[in-house]
Structures are given as structure tokens and as C-alpha cells.
Ligand binder design. Structure first.
Ligand code: UDP
Length: 238
């Protein structure tokens, strides 16, 4: 059996990763594929916490100034992440990976409230923990949530699933000759102004020396491949 590269990780999925070709909402076929990938990764022995965005349903910044305040819009965005987490929780259980959603926004009739202690206990029991509700605060993103929780839960890396197979010097969709990096330091990423995560998330990762692995979720079994050290990805680390 291959030893996984990291023994405990946060996997960050954008809400759009669940949307499929429609670009919004939840595509059940896509959800099943991702859940099977995470279940296979869990079988490698990797402990996994999952942070899912909400952009396939709602982003606070999109309604800000249009009759809804930014904090209220952000709250709606955080609720969207809870919906996505519940969809994935069910799919993970169907795929044989016991999973529990914890929310940073208290909603006791829906799921348990996040605490570091509770999350660590569940991870220790071998469950995949879905960290819903973002940080619980407006003006933040789920990228920031992923890095924050990875640091709190003593994870060894954040696996950031995107639509491209790593970090490029320019948008590869617009510039076909853009250079792709296999590895780069956070300092280089900053100096070259390369977009890895939003600035708050990236600053937190730098301060806590948290490696960020950027890869494409569009590849089959992408998460498992990264954890086996075989996937195509950019590693952002010192
Ligand atoms: N959000 C928030 N605080 C957080 C995390 C998320 O207010 O700590 C809100 C914010 O409105 C954000 C939305 O939830 O736009 C969805 O999260 P995100 O944009 O990170 O989702 P993704 O782009 O990954 O799908």
C-alpha cells in the first residue's frame, strides 16, 4: 500500500465544483464522483476535513448594495455552504465514508456546532468532518476558513481543488503559453503576484507555514492522486 503524502488534510472545494455543466446548483453525478474520490482517499488512511464553498448557490458580495447589506448577504452565503455540506455528507455516507457536518453558524436542529475539540474527536474516530458555515463571520471566504481550520486542527496541508491543474503565471485559458509551476514558495507567489487564494487566506497560510496544494478537481480521482503523490498539482510551500 502507498503511504499517503500527508496524514491529515483539509480539502477545499469551491461550490462551483459541485455545479457541473450548469454552473449553478448541485449536479448529483458530480457530487457522487467527488464523494467516491474522498472515500477512496480516506481508505488510504488520510484523515480528512472538508470545507465546501457556496458560490454555486450564493455569494454575499453579489447582492451587497442591492437591497441586502453585505453582512446579511454573507450570512446567506454561509447558509449555502451548509446546504452543500449536507449534500456531500449524504454522498460520502453512501460511498462508505462515515461523515459528520459541523457548522460554525449554530443551527442545532440541522447539525452540530463546530468546536475544535468536537472536530478532533470525530476525525480521531475516522469520520470525514465537513466544516460548514465558513468561519461564521461575514467578510471572509471559505478559502480563509480552510486555512484557519487546517491550522487549528493540526493538518499538514490544504488541498485546494480548482478547475485548473495548478498555479500559472497568467490565466491559462487566455494565455496558452502561460508558465505552470510544479512548486513555488509563498514568497515567490507574493512577489510574482500569482493568485493562489484570496489575500486573507494566503496571509494566514504564510504565517502558519501551511502548504497549499492546487490541483484540478476535473481529473478522475484527483484528490486521491494528490494524496498518493501522483497527481498533477502545484505545491505552494517553503
Ligand atoms: N462566507 C462568509 N464568511 C465565511 C465564509 C463564507 O461570509 O467565513 C460567505 C461569503 O458571502 C461567500 C459565500 O459565503 O461569498 C460563499 O463562500 P465562498 O465565496 O468562499 O465560496 P466558493 O467561492 O468557494 O464557492
Amino acid at each position: 500500500m502507498v503511504s499517503p503524502v500527508y496524514e491529515r488534510v483539509v480539502v477545499k472545494l469551491s461550490g462551483e465544483a459541485l455545479a457541473g455543466p450548469a454552473g449553478f446548483g448541485v449536479d448529483q453525478t458530480v457530487v457522487e464522483t467527488i464523494a467516491a474520490d474522498i472515500a477512496a482517499s480516506r481508505r488510504l488512511g488520510v484523515e480528512i476535513a472538508l470545507v465546501v464553498g457556496g458560490g454555486n448557490i450564493f455569494r454575499g458580495v453579489e447582492v451587497s448594495g442591492r437591497g441586502v447589506s453585505r453582512p446579511t448577504g454573507d450570512t446567506m452565503g454561509m447558509l449555502a455552504t451548509v446546504m452543500n455540506s449536507l449534500v456531500l455528507e449524504a454522498a460520502l455516507e453512501r460511498n462508505g465514508a462515515p461523515a459528520t457536518t459541523l457548522s460554525s453558524v449554530p443551527m442545532p436542529t440541522v447539525c452540530d456546532h463546530f468546536s475544535r475539540r468536537r472536530a478532533l474527536d470525530l476525525i480521531g474516530e475516522g469520520r470525514v468532518v465537513l466544516l460548514a458555515g465558513g468561519t461564521g463571520n461575514p467578510y471572509f471566504t471559505t478559502d480563509t476558513t480552510a486555512v484557519l481550520r487546517a491550522a487549528e486542527l493540526d493538518c499538514k496541508a490544504v488541498l485546494k481543488a480548482t478547475n485548473v491543474d495548478g498555479v500559472y503565471e497568467a490565466d491559462p485559458k487566455q494565455d496558452k503559453s502561460a508558465k505552470r509551476y510544479d512548486r513555488l514558495s509563498p514568497r515567490e507567489a507574493l512577489e510574482r503576484n500569482l493568485k493562489v487564494m484570496d489575500s486573507t487566506a494566503f496571509a494566514l497560510a504564510r504565517e502558519n507555514r501551511m502548504p497549499i496544494i492546487v490541483f484540478s478537481i476535473r481529473e478522475p480521482r484527483a484528490i486521491e492522486a494528490v494524496l498518493r503523490g501522483e497527481g498533477r498539482a502545484t505545491i505552494v510551500a517553503d
